[in-house]
Write a protein that binds this ligand. Structure first.
Ligand SMILES: C[S@@+](CC[C@H](N)C(=O)[O-])C[C@H]1O[C@@H](n2cnc3c(N)ncnc32)[C@H](O)[C@@H]1O
Length: 432
């Protein structure tokens, strides 16, 4: 298998099975590729998925056939992606390798078609038409930034055109991976890195294609954890002897960090799905977490044994993950507007149940990795209206570094294009 065949397998599986792009990349890249190949395959698969609506829009200007076989369409998508976004790939390589890919995929008879479409595209770059931005900004954003129309409408409505465009055009630096120093195993960061933007324990490693193969990862000195997720745990203000309840805990990133803060206390980590709870068990073993106990359970179902038992309750609820779109572009393709009301209901049920586990005087930290007012601020307003025993607790004393300046309330919405980290939301509530 060559690099383009690998990219074809990745995007075909993602688009056909709605499987996660990062997991498909990991699976296909797990065997015998050079570092250069890994980088190229990852970049090609990611860029194609990230720009899928735009690539399809451009291709439609060069395809006259009514229907195109799915394998050929995916080959054309990869070819067009190289022509549009990969300056380092010569036009001849993008076209010829796509033609070869058609043959290798058993579609010899369509080699001429692939050649004609891509050659035509390469000769007519200047004539590619995009929707008119002034006439139809939603259509323009949808095509140009490859965002689903419902989300373009929502962000323009809620944030205005200028900020919506900044949100959609942000890509971050894909060569950096954020990891956390695991102080349970090491007092100093064991490898070359760039410092975190806000958190003391956050470090960025450059150009690493498989962090989970590094000895420092396998030995548990570092944990792969985005900086926004680390900020969320800091925002909970967990003390050394605290008892902590983590309602939606797998794969265990926040629980493991909480276990360090509460190193003379205890953590209860609840997860609905057994296979994800197993991932968390392995995370804890690797990181040397000994004070966290795993329960496979539905956090929205009340358990009397946990009533008013915890100093800190983390409710890092399942969400639409819109704050991760800049680095997980497959979410843009598959997330539907209709998914949100159901998520809101799940989030409210979990928040409702888990709030009763907070001791009087204790803290409830609600968080999501999304930018959606219904799942974030609206859930908190609804909760506070019905629970006078809770009040917003000012976040800034608990936030690291410059984030202290980002809010003067108990809530904070982070934005990738403003804060250069994932678009998390957090709300800190105190039980009176
Ligand atoms: C956003 S992820 C949590 C990430 C985790 N807190 C971390 O930092 O690694 C949400 C998790 O909640 C789990 N989940 C979904 N519904 C749940 C429920 N009703 N009770 C408990 N866990 C649930 C999902 O399986 C998923 O693992």
């Amino acid at each position: 298998m060559n690099a383009r065949q690998a990219a074809l397998e990745i995007i075909s599986n993602v688009l056909k099975n709605e499987s996660y792009l990062n997991l498909e990349c990991k699976r296909v890249l797990s065997t015998g590729w050079s570092v250069e190949d890994k980088r190229f395959i990852t970049a090609l698969a990611n860029t194609t998925i990230e720009n899928l609506f735009r690539i399809d829009y451009v291709l439609r200007q060069f395809i006259t056939a009514k229907r195109v076989h799915s394998v050929i369409l995916n080959i054309l998508r990869l070819g067009a992606c190289q022509l549009l976004f990969f300056e380092s790939v010569p036009v001849s390589a993008a076209v010829n390798e796509s033609v070869k890919l058609a043959e290798k995929s058993g579609k010899r008879q369509l080699k001429g078609f692939v050649n004609a479409v891509l050659r035509n595209l390469s000769k007519n770059f200047g004539k590619i038409q995009y929707p008119d931005r002034d006439e139809d900004p939603v259509e323009y954003f949808h095509v140009f930034y490859s965002y689903p129309k419902w989300l373009c409408e929502k962000y323009i409505r809620e944030y205005g055109e200028e900020q919506a465009e900044q949100m959609m055009s942000y890509t971050g630096d894909r060569s950096l991976t954020c990891v956390r120093l695991n102080r349970l195993k090491s007092d100093f960061f064991p490898m070359e890195s760039l410092p975190g933007l806000y958190c003391e324990d956050a470090h960025y490693i450059k150009g690493m294609t498989a962090v989970d193969q590094m000895p420092e990862f396998l030995e548990g000195q570092v944990a792969v954890q985005g900086e926004a997720s680390q900020v969320t745990v800091c925002a909970a203000g967990i003390g050394k002897t605290n008892t902590v309840f983590d309602a939606c805990a797998a794969p265990g990133g926040k629980s493991a960090y909480a276990a360090w803060f509460a190193r003379e206390g205890a953590v209860v980590s609840v997860e609905l799905h057994e296979h994800r709870a197993n991932l968390m068990k392995r995370t804890f073993e690797r990181l040397g977490v000994k004070n966290a106990e795993i329960h496979i359970a539905d956090a929205s179902k009340y358990r009397d044994e946990w009533r008013e038992a915890f100093d800190v309750v983390l409710a890092d609820v399942p969400c639409s993950a819109l704050g991760l779109l800049y680095r997980k572009p497959d979410i843009k393709i598959f997330k539907k507007e209709e998914d949100i009301p159901e998520l809101v209901q799940i989030q409210r049920n979990i928040l409702e149940t888990c709030s009763s586990y907070v001791k009087p005087g204790g803290t409830l930290l609600y968080s999501t990795c999304t930018i959606d007012r219904d799942e974030n601020e609206e859930n908190i307003h609804d909760f506070l209206k019905r629970h006078p025993e809770f009040e917003e607790d000012i976040l800034s004393p608990f936030l690291p570094g410059e984030l202290k300046e980002r809010t003067d309330t108990g809530m904070l919405q982070l934005f990738p294009h403003i804060d250069s980290i994932d678009g998390f939301f957090m709300a800190r509530l105190k039980r009176i």
